[in-house]
Design a binder for this molecule. Structure first.
Ligand SMILES: NC(=O)c1ccc[n+]([C@@H]2O[C@H](COP(=O)([O-])OP(=O)(O)OC[C@H]3O[C@@H](n4cnc5c(N)ncnc54)[C@H](OP(=O)(O)O)[C@@H]3O)[C@@H](O)[C@H]2O)c1
Length: 278
């Protein structure tokens, strides 16, 4: 896949904003056959759409969402032809561990873990048969550096990373490479779309407010989505993509610190970066 952007068939989930949109634009400009998804493609105006890109419906929160997308791909005759799957779509969620509703945690895991896993399973037979393929899981640095009041999100992204790391060992003998890309703070406006849980009169109110103010400020000051897209494209065109990429939030510095410092000190640093004294 060295020089071969041209002609690659690439499926990017969640290509209507942020990192996914930047990816779709960059891949289409490179001559890839790009398919992407939205929960509601019909709401997209012509100016929201990148010319030449197919927009298909997918709601990962629905248990049969990936299977329905696979049926659409089969109807289009491309299910067995996907060269690259980028599991990018995701929900951002915050809330105190004690107060997170079970149904919110379940929806988050369906959207951020079970959906991407199922979609990967559905494109794998084609990749394996052709003995070539790339699957990128878009994780989050919060999986490597868990944060207060982001427990569900940090845990979901860590679960996705672990699925990917084990699957890579199974699939690389077939020429299929699975990689994880962990973005740090990226200026996509995702904070505006975050689902937030906090009970009235919660004892965590001040803590959550402080954390969210710092989180949103970090995201606003983050790197542009195009830089994450460039990292993902480097991964998919590499003959042997790495297991793990981190981009943004001054990576690789936090990972070097994590290796050098005691775990408890690293946790304090992560909390302090979000205004929390621990
Ligand atoms: N921005 C950051 O700082 C940051 C940091 C670390 C990791 N990430 C991860 O990077 C990925 C992209 O983030 P982003 O900042 O680009 O987010 P974004 O701008 O909010 O875009 C999210 C995309 O996912 C789609 N989506 C949302 N919920 C969905 C669902 N239930 N089913 C299917 N599609 C859904 C949205 O499409 P529709 O609304 O059209 O359905 C949209 O295209 C996510 O996995 C996120 O967790 C982001």
């Amino acid at each position: 896949m060295n020089d071969a952007h041209n002609g690659l068939t690439v499926l990017v989930t969640g290509g209507t904003s942020g990192i996914g949109k930047a990816l779709v634009e960059a891949l289409a400009a490179k001559g890839c056959h790009v398919l992407t998804t939205s929960r509601d493609p019909h709401r997209l105006s012509p100016t929201d759409r990148v010319p030449g890109v197919s927009y298909l419906p997918l709601d990962l929160a629905e248990p049969d969402g990936p299977d329905r997308l696979a049926e659409d791909l089969e109807r289009l005759g491309v299910l067995g032809e996907i060269d690259v799957l980028i599991n990018n779509a995701g929900e951002s969620q915050s809330g105190p561990f004690e107060e997170l509703p079970a149904e919110a945690i379940e929806r988050l895991f369906r959207t951020n873990v079970f959906g991407p896993v199922r979609l990967s399973q559905l494109v794998l037979p084609g990749m394996r048969a052709r003995r070539t393929g790339r699957i990128i899981m878009v994780g989050s640095m919060l999986a490597s550096f868990p944060l207060a009041h982001r427990s569900s999100y940090s845990a979901a992204k860590a679960a996705l990373r672990t699925f990917a790391t084990a699957a890579r060992q199974e699939l690389s003998p077939f020429g299929v490479w699975v990689s994880v890309v962990e973005p740090g703070s990226i200026a996509t406006g995702i904070g505006l779309r975050r689902t937030k849980y906090l009970e009235d009169g919660s004892p965590y109110t001040d803590d959550v407010t402080t954390m969210l103010e710092h989180l949103d400020a970090n995201e606003r000051g983050g790197i542009p989505a195009e830089k994450v897209a460039a990292t993902i494209i480097d991964a998919i065109v590499s003959p042997r993509p790495r297991e793990f990429y981190a981009v943004g939030s001054r990576a690789p510095l936090p990972f070097l610190l994590k290796r050098a410092l005691p775990r408890s000190l690293m946790s304090k640093i992560v909390a302090a970066q979000h205004g929390l004294k621990r």
